[in-house]
Design a protein around this ligand. Sequence first.
Ligand code: ATP
Length: 254
Amino acid sequence: MDLRVEGLSHRYDDLEVLRDINLEINAGEIVCVIGPSGCGKSTLLRLLGGLEQPSEGQVLQVGEPPEGSLNPLTYVFQDFALLPWRSVEGNVSLVLEGHKIPAAEKEARIADVLERTRLSDFRNAVPKQLSGGMKQRVAIARALSVNPAVLLMDEPLSALDSQTRELLMDDLIDLWERERFTSCYITHNLAEAVRLGHKVVVLSRRPGLIREVVEIDMPLKERTLSNPVVAGIQQQLWDMMRKEAQAADVELAG
Ligand SMILES: Nc1ncnc2c1ncn2[C@@H]1O[C@H](COP(=O)(O)OP(=O)(O)OP(=O)(O)O)[C@@H](O)[C@H]1O
C-alpha cells in the first residue's frame, strides 16, 4: 500500500502550519522528513495517520495493506510510550488485544517481532530493566506486530545517546533489509535522514512547504559514516536548511 498526499494544508486557528504538501510514500521505501523546529513535521505525521483531519487536501491509501495487517498505520514515538508495569511481551501484546485473533497467532506474532528486534531473551523484562535503545526496540516490535502498511515514526531516536542511535540505525537497516517495511520518518537529524531515507523531504520553516525532495539511490547498507557520497548529501541538505533553521530559531525566540 502506498500513501499519497494531495494538496495538504493545515492550520490551527490563525496559525498556518502546513501549506500545499504533495508527496508519495511508496510501499517498501523509507521517506524521511526534515525541517526546522515548529515547521509542522509532527503535524504532518498526525495527518498521515488520520489522528487529525487536514484543513485542506487529503491523504489517500492506495492499494491494499500487506497480508495479515491488523492496522494499516502505526506510530513509533520519541518517548517509547511503553506501559511501565507491563513486560516486554505485555507491551507488544497490548496492541493485539483489541483484535480478534487466535491465541496461537498472537503468540506467533509476538515471537516473530521479538526475534526480529533481538528481544526474545528479554520478553519477561519490564521497561525499567531495559536501556533506552532496548525500550525503543520494544516500541518498534509493538508497531511491527500488527504488520502495518506504513510505520509512522516521530523522531524515534531523539531521546537516545549518540552511540545508541548508531546501533538502532543499524538495527533499522537490518530490519528493512529483511522485510522492506514502509515508513515516514520524521527527524531533526540530517545524519539519520541520509542513512535511512530513500527520499528525504525538506520542509521550509512554518508554514511548512516542501522545498525539495532528495532521492538517495544508494543501498542502505552502503551508507556508512565515512562514505563521502553520504557526507556530501548531508552537506547539501544542511546548506538547504541552514537559513530556514536560523530564521525559525529567531522566530521561536521572538
Ligand atoms: N494541537 C495544536 N494546537 C495548536 N497549535 C499546535 C498544535 N499542534 C502543534 N501546534 C503548533 O503547530 C506548529 C507545528 O508544530 P509541530 O509539532 O507539527 O512542528 P514540528 O516541526 O514537529 O516541531 P519540532 O521540530 O519542534 O518537533 C507549532 O507552532 C506548534 O506550536
